[in-house]
Design a protein around this ligand. Structure first.
Ligand code: ADP
Length: 482
């Protein structure tokens, strides 16, 4: 790679299963640096048989891991947390190399991701059961919880570490074992994380990290009756398929899928808060987040002031190499992602949108942070996730119109609103069909809050005590004759 790691042993071109680092027999998969668009490492392309062996390893490791106390498991997770913190810069280097995001953002992601390991290290010791009032004298009734068993995790490339730790933290804390399959674009961060887990004392087979063709590995993970839960973050299209594939073995499911987040800016909003919200909600991670403000609706009274201040901010942003300190956004992940942003820009301009900032393509997969005003309400970019640094602003007049437009989507992950009127805030936040609402802020994710969506954006929650429940089954005990 073009940037050296302090500890070169963290660049790992093998997969981990049952405590063994394996290479697999097929042609390995190339990992590209999105800035140079050149391959700089490879990872194994594992077979169906390899995936089955990983499941068996997780299955064999389960009883002993589930049999430990929550505090014992927490101690190992705490050790893992410390090692991740100590190796922040190397993990961030790997992330910038394989994902393209700026090094500063990558460092921020490591800290954020590590927060899930830290939070769940303790959270499992606070999991309580319930004593239920007996339905007959002489009975003791209680509801306890047990870990669901072997879990499979399939994760995306946009947050190579955080999307993994959100799943690994609660799963392992609960007493589950796991097989993770990171995205093929960004497997190296996940493998380095796995290595640190090994050093932290995670027993063999408790955490396995496998790489290879998604459809091949996905088929094995979803069809195995030994895998009792699938947790997935990625596109709605793939999520629907995986959900169907899990039906035959009746797995427990968590799905964090696509979003199409609206940001509503009302006339009475504080202008600075509105600009800050729009900047963060839109441009974080080059706009490649499932909670990105994909549609910015601005009320006609504040529109001109908002657009001119927002345009100034966007013009000041620079797209460049993630390792260059002057870059605000790095390259997009790949050609397909790049073309989608181009398409959204071009189709909006064609139907009458105005380019108010950016719009250029400085080379490679770099896309200049761009602001489009006067976007028609039915432009393509309002219907699909752009996943890039392109902000489209649409004008509205009334509260009712704003809410109708915001909810006119099959998705329901995040939504944002900016207002200083308590009544508007209350009505909008309760009326928005989404799992999360950011009010006068664009930054809402944190390990101790429940993240997740409604409608086609998914099932289940990650983070907080809700995130732990996803890895537990309720067990009801009824004792008679007392
Ligand atoms: P994105 O658009 O973010 O790349 P995807 O849903 O395509 O979203 O990918 C998210 C994760 O799902 C990645 O790890 C990818 O390899 C995996 N994936 C894609 N297709 C399949 C499939 N058919 N079966 C299992 N996993 C898949």
């Amino acid at each position: 790679p073009r940037v050296k790691l302090s500890n070169p042993d963290l660049l790992i071109e093998k997969a981990l299963m049952g405590g063994e680092w394996v290479t697999g027999s097929a042609e390995p998969i190339e990992v590209d640096d999105p800035f140079t668009q050149k391959s700089f490492a490879t990872v194994p392309s594992l077979s169906k048989e390899d995936a089955t062996r990983a499941i068996d390893a997780a299955h064999d490791a389960f009883p002993a891991w589930a049999g430990k106390t929550a505090a014992e498991r927490g101690k190992i997770l705490r050790q893992w947390f410390e090692l991740i913190a100590d190796n922040t810069d190397d993990l961030a280097r790997l992330m910038t190399l394989e994902n393209g995001k700026t090094f500063k953002e990558a460092q921020g992601e490591v800290a954020y991701a590590n927060g899930f390991i830290e939070f769940y290290a303790d959270e499992a010791t606070r999991r309580m059961g319930e004593i239920i009032p007996a339905n007959e004298p002489g009975r003791r009734m209680q509801a306890d919880r047990q870990p669901v068993g072997v879990c499979a995790a399939i994760t995306p490339w946009n947050f190579p570490l955080a999307m993994l730790t959100r799943k690994v933290g609660p799963a392992l804390a609960a007493g589950c074992t796991m097989i993770a399959k990171p995205a093929s674009q960004t497997p190296l961060t996940a493998l380095a994380f796995a290595k640190l887990g090994e050093e932290a004392g995670v027993p063999k087979g408790v955490f396995n990290c496998i790489t290879g063709k998604a459809s091949v590995l996905g088929e094995v993970l979803t069809s195995s009756s030994r895998v009792r839960k699938l947790t997935f973050t990625g596109s709605t299209e793939v999520g629907v398929k995986l959900y169907q594939d899990c039906a035959a073995t009746m797995k427990k499911i968590s799905m964090e899928l696509g979003g199409n987040a609206p940001l509503l800016i009302f006339d009475d909003a504080d202008l600075d808060a509105a600009i800050n919200t729009a900047m963060v909600a839109k441009f974080r991670n080059s706009g490649q987040t499932c909670v990105a403000a994909n549609r910015i609706y601005v009320q006609d009274g504040i529109k001109d002031r908002f657009l001119s201040a927002f345009a100034q901010k966007v013009k000041a942003m620079k797209a460049g190499d993630g390792f260059d300190e002057n870059s605000d956004v790095g390259p997009l992940i790949d050609q397909k992602g790049f073309e989608k942003v181009q398409e959204h820009r071009d189709s909006a301009l064609k139907v009458g949108a105005q380019c108010l900032a950016g719009g250029g393509e400085p080379g490679g997969l770099l896309f200049e942070p761009t602001l489009l005003g006067d976007v028609p309400q039915d432009a393509q970019l309002t219907k699909e996730e752009t996943f890039g640094p392109l902000a489209g602003v649409i004008t509205f007049s009334s509260f009712e119109e704003a809410l109708r437009l915001a909810n006119d989507t099959p998705f329901g992950l995040a939504a944002y609103l900016c207002s200083s009127d308590p009544k508007t805030i209350e009505r909008a936040s309760m009326g928005l069909e989404s799992g999360m609402v950011g009010i006068n802020t664009g930054l809402i994710s944190t390990p101790h809050a429940p993240f997740g969506g409604v409608k086609m954006s998914g099932l289940g929650r990650e983070g907080s005590h809700h995130g732990l429940e996803e890895y537990l089954n309720v067990k009801y005990l009824c004792q008679a004759g007392l």
